[in-house]
Design a protein. Sequence first.
Length: 259
Amino acid sequence: MKPKKILAALFAAFFIMLFPSNANASMTVGILKDNAPYSTFYHRKARGLEPELAKKMTDDSVIFRAYDTRKQLESALKKRRIQIAFGSIDAFNVNQDVFDVSEPYLYEPNVLFRRSDGKRKTIKKLANKPVGMLKDGNQTYLLKNVLLKPRSFKNIKTMDKALADGKIYAAILSDYDYSNYLKDHPEHVKAADATNDEQTAELFVKISDPAITSSQFVAVTYKNEKLLTKINSAIVSMHDDGTLQELSQKYLSKDISLQ
């Protein structure tokens, strides 16, 4: 190579080091592997509301890293393996002093319910009693704040059985999970024989109370105020232009983008 070409190549390399191109810039996002409709990760492909939301937040490319649990997500954030994680603010509440949270992008309603043969019909009467929730649910701190004792279950089926066996007095689910479970289990909606005490005992009854608030879904960062500012700006824009409403309708079949 001629001296002039060598000099030009060295100058170009030096220029790139000083002024790196944004063309290859990327944002690394952590998601849960099995958290439909919010996120799934199969065959190295991220799908769901959160992956689509992340892509709409930035003009940069997005790299997804999937984890089995929220604890793993938190660890990945602190170790800077990812820049952002998504989820309910309740799920990250234990580390609010460590993590920074964005403005909410969704407000998912929660449903507290009992069997119709359950004797404790109000939050007041459930005080200090075990109440079921999903292991990766977002209601731990909500339940504790109203003096209930959360008990975690791997899935709704095992929680349902615990409710039937009297091991828990009530249970809580997101409105999305509650509605979908009832579609598959009509025995909890209407008794085939209204005169059959066993069948009517199986019916689910909602426990209404203003203390059972919606879960606020947020983006979470770790010591990255610049990125958090960018995320908040994107969320405000997506609220204003209807993007969050469209994503909510697409993945949840209803609009929960506003409180």
